[in-house]
Design a protein around this ligand. Structure first.
Ligand code: FEO
Length: 392
């Protein structure tokens, strides 16, 4: 695909990756992704904002055949899906400087083969004039790494945000027109990438508040020409108030844990609590992460394998611990054959979760009346906590 005009002097380049199904060998990509690069031309200078993943380097380099001169390459973020092709760009335009934040320079030097004299470090708030177009660089750390920054194009009131507000979505439609689709993809991206940094993401939203923004142009997914749509969504996602939602990641081997999960679900639903179940061996972990954005309570369901939790349950616990969701309450349910340390092990895996543990219900073998009665009590305890929280 060729460079496409957004407004006069501002072009969208980069590549659609329709068939990529996994990012960072971790994150499922049900809708593929895109790596967006932008070319901005003033009367005197031309800049490339971000590059692309090395696997699609040829696409960007062919697009740049239309661009005779580049003076600056802005690297908002050091991760290679945006920076990996910068050395090729610099080889073609040897006079160009790589514009980075102060923390961006050492990160890019670690990841790319670039000499120190190729960099131009900009301070927070610094501007570069291109001739009729002015770029202002705003430090926005931890969206996704510590060095991340965004660029505000003053005259056109466009914010180039890299991973911030991004979504993994491959589509030829440049602007968001299907808002439910865009919301779902952006929430998934937030859950997987931004959720661990909620407090600092909130600060970055505050920092951008004074800017008049007509468009947000991220480096994955579509451009928002109604920026309030995504900014308001981010405000909700970073907020500390969870929903009346219990997220139950679980795994079952011979059915006992599944019976317990189903029983607890029925009991919660009958009390007006919303439940989302995730059968871990077949779950898309992106869906689980999205559930964790809103859930007030997490209940891990696990059978016992060699005294410990099932490895799928341990994986979910490690993932939830890394994502640092806003959940306030947790519980563990499951089963064992002769002995179990599953509860202690799961608890040791979630030190980052600031949750009140409401209990553990572990049954020996097939769940019987006493175990089911314990689950009834757990459901009531969860419902009561949700009522006290004001979400039920
Ligand atoms: Fe799209 Fe953190 O890179």
């Amino acid at each position: 695909m060729k460079l496409r005009k957004i407004v006069d002097g501002v072009l969208l380049g980069g590549a659609l990756d329709w068939n990529r199904r996994l990012f960072d060998s971790l994150i499922p990509l049900p809708d593929g992704t895109s790596y967006n690069a932008y070319v901005i031309s003033g009367s005197e200078k031309t800049v490339l904002l971000d590059a692309v993943d090395p696997k699609v380097a040829d696409t960007l380099m062919a697009q740049l055949d239309e661009v005779p001169k580049i003076d600056y390459v802005v690297a908002h973020h050091g991760e290679q899906d945006h920076s990996g092709v910068i050395p090729m760009v610099i080889d073609r335009y040897p006079e160009a400087k790589v514009v980075v934040s102060s923390k961006g320079k050492p990160i890019l030097m670690d990841h790319l083969s670039l000499n120190e004299d190729k960099f131009l470090v900009v301070e927070d708030g610094q501007e570069i004039a291109l001739g009729g177009k002015t770029l202002k660089f705003i430090y926005t750390p931890w969206v996704h790494w510590p060095e991340t920054m965004v660029t505000y194009l003053k005259e056109d009131r466009i914010l180039f945000s890299c991973d911030f507000f991004a979504s993994h979505l491959a589509t030829t439609e440049m602007f968001v027109r299907d808002e439910p689709q865009a919301y779902k993809a952006a929430k998934r991206f937030f859950a997987e990438i931004m959720m661990p940094f909620r407090p600092v993401v909130a600060k970055n939203l505050d920092k951008l508040e004074p800017y008049a923004i007509d468009m947000i142009a991220p480096s994955h997914g579509q451009i928002y020409d109604n920026p309030a749509f995504i900014v308001d969504a981010y405000r909700k996602w970073v907020g500390s108030e969870p929903h009346n939602l219990v997220c139950i990641p679980y795994v079952t081997m011979h059915g006992s844990t599944h019976i317990m999960v189903e029983h607890l679900t029925d009991q919660l639903v009958s009390r007006g609590v919303v439940v989302e179940q995730f059968d871990l061996p077949v779950t898309d972990i992106g869906d689980l992460a999205v559930s964790l954005v809103d859930a007030a309570t997490i209940v891990v369901g696990t059978p016992t394998v060699l005294v410990g939790p099932h490895p799928h349950a341990a994986y979910a616990a490690v993932l939830a611990n890394a994502l640092k969701p806003k959940a306030k309450f947790a519980a563990i349910i499951g089963s064992y054959g002769w002995g179990s340390k599953a509860v202690e092990t799961i608890q040791s895996l979630i030190p980052n979760l600031k949750v009140e543990v409401l209990g553990a219900v572990l049954t020996k073998g097939h769940p019987k009346a006493d175990a089911l009665a314990e689950l009834d009590k757990l459901a009531e305890a969860i419902a009561q906590k949700h009522r006290e929280l004001g979400v039920l």
